[in-house]
Structure formats: C-alpha cells, structure tokens
Design a protein around this ligand. Structure first.
Ligand code: PGA
Length: 271
C-alpha cells in the first residue's frame, strides 16, 4: 500500500537510568545536538533521566535536537510521590515516552494508565511516544496481534482525535529490548502495518501520518533495514543511544533511508 510518509523520520534515544553522572549526561546531550544538526532531515529526540531534563534542555538550547521525558503522571498536581506533572514537563520536554515495557513490568503501568497519560500529554502539548509490544511467551503463543491490538486501542482510547495529537507509536517487542536480538525487519513491518491499519479504523486520514517506530536492540548496523520498511518511520533506541557514535549512525541511517525514498526511482517503484 502506498502512503504519504510523515514529514520526517523520527529517532528517539531512551537513556533509561543512564548515565549516572550529570557531566556525562551533558556531554551525551551535546553530542546528540551535534548529530541532530548534521542530520536535519531527521527529528532527533533524547529522553534523559528526569533529574537531568532541565539542565539538558538548557544545555542544548534552541537546537535541532528535541528533548523528551521517559514517563510522566497523568495528573497535574497532588499527592503523587515521586511523579512528574505534565505541567512541570511542558516547555521542557517536547515528547514523553508512555507505557514503556519496563514501566509496565516494574511499575505497574496498566493499559488504563497509559490511556490517561497519552491523553494528558496531548492536552499539555507534549507528544506522547506510546510504547507497545508483546512478551516472548505471548509471541510464542501466537498472541502478538491480540496483545498489540489491545495495547494500541487502550493507548488511543482517551484521545478525542488522532489528527493533531502529535501521537507517536513505538512498537517494541519486549524480548528484543536490551537483548541484542532485534526482531527481523520483516516481522516488525508486519506488526507496524497492523498498527497502522488499526489506527486507520480510528482515524483514516491521520493514520498514514502517525510515526511508527521500531524499538528493541537497534544498532547502527541493523537500523537501515528497519527504516526501509514501508510502515516503520524511525526508532526508539535504548543502549544504542548511550554511545554518541552509535546514536549518530542510527540517525544517519534514518536520513539515508528517507533520502533514498525521495529519489524519483524510489518513488516510481513505490507507486
Ligand atoms: P534497546 O532498548 O535499544 O536497548 O533494546 C530499547 C528501549 O527500551 O526503548
């Protein structure tokens, strides 16, 4: 199926609970800002730990690099020990990862919670990167589609519209995260196409424009094969975003894939 791609590929680095030293975080952020400046055809995002967000945002200043948070509360204020309000993030973070599998597994994040956070992020002008994906036992049981359908439906269930929401979906098979064993691009494409089809049942006009990222052991070596898939518009990168050179290689691969698609011959073969 031919579709109009989102304006730009999107590569987001999820630093998780790394690096632990402020100086290392600022150094990594400066390197990512330089990467973003060198590859302006890619929307490049880094998601540092919350404690470094303000300093990282100040360090990169107004640049091509966007800054995101790794999670946030749906609520604006109140008795939510340890949480971060969307009001605190607004103006600081342009993106927020919601529903990462580590938070689903370790912090009791539920489909309902993800739905509330996605809606809250959108309401506060922060683009949600909603992470969904099956666990290994679910894949082995042939339940990938069912799990992805359920998580996706939940993630968008409290949005009034997908159009204009800034929604990003990250398909991250849980077994591929941090394992060094990425999904095959063909398998990831099958799920990404399914995600797009489902988005189309909610909003047919907006679905082609929603960036769908692949995540799970993306490296500078394997990234291009994902970016060449018709329904994969970028990557959510964990370990590979902690090394400046490997993050640069992934962003460069996204730019090269997009440039390849823009050549007349690539257009001709796609239509
Ligand atoms: P990984 O993590 O790239 O280290 O596999 C991806 C993620 O958790 O977002």
């Amino acid at each position: 199926m031919t579709r109009t791609r989102p304006m730009q590929p999107l590569v987001a680095g999820n630093w998780k609970m790394n690096p632990t030293a402020r100086s290392d975080a600022l150094m990594l952020a400066r390197a990512a800002a330089a990467t973003a400046a060198r590859h302006q055809a890619v929307t490049t995002v880094i998601c540092p730990p919350t404690v470094f967000l303000a300093e990282v945002a100040a360090e990169v200043g107004p640049s091509r690099l966007a800054v995101g948070a790794q999670t946030m509360a749906a609520e604006e204020r109140g008795a939510f020990t340890g949480e971060t309000s969307p009001l605190m993030l607004a103006g600081l973070a342009g993106f927020v990862i919601v529903g990462h599998s580590e938070r689903r597994a370790n912090d009791g994040e539920t489909d309902e919670g993800v739905a509330a956070k996605v809606a809250s992020a959108v309401a506060h002008g922060i683009r949600p990167i909603a992470a969904i994906g099956e666990r290994i036992e679910e894949r082995r049981a042939g339940r990938t589609e069912e799990v992805v359908d359920r998580q996706l439906h939940a993630a968008v269930s409290r949005l009034e519209a997908i159009h204009g929401s800034g929604l990003v979906i990250a398909y991250e098979p849980v077994w591929a995260i941090g394992s060094g064993e990425a999904a095959s691009p063909a398998d990831a494409q099958v799920v990404a196409a399914r995600i797009r089809e489902l988005l189309g049942t909610v909003d047919a006009d907006a679905a082609p424009q929603v960036p769908i990222l692949y995540g799970g052991s993306v490296t500078g070596d394997n990234a291009r094969a994902f970016f060449d898939c018709p329904d994969i518009d970028g990557a959510l990168v964990g370990g590979g975003s902690l090394d400046a050179a490997s993050f640069e290689a992934i962003v460069a691969a996204a730019e090269a894939a997009a440039a390849h698609r823009r050549t007349p011959s690539a257009e001709a073969t796609r239509s």
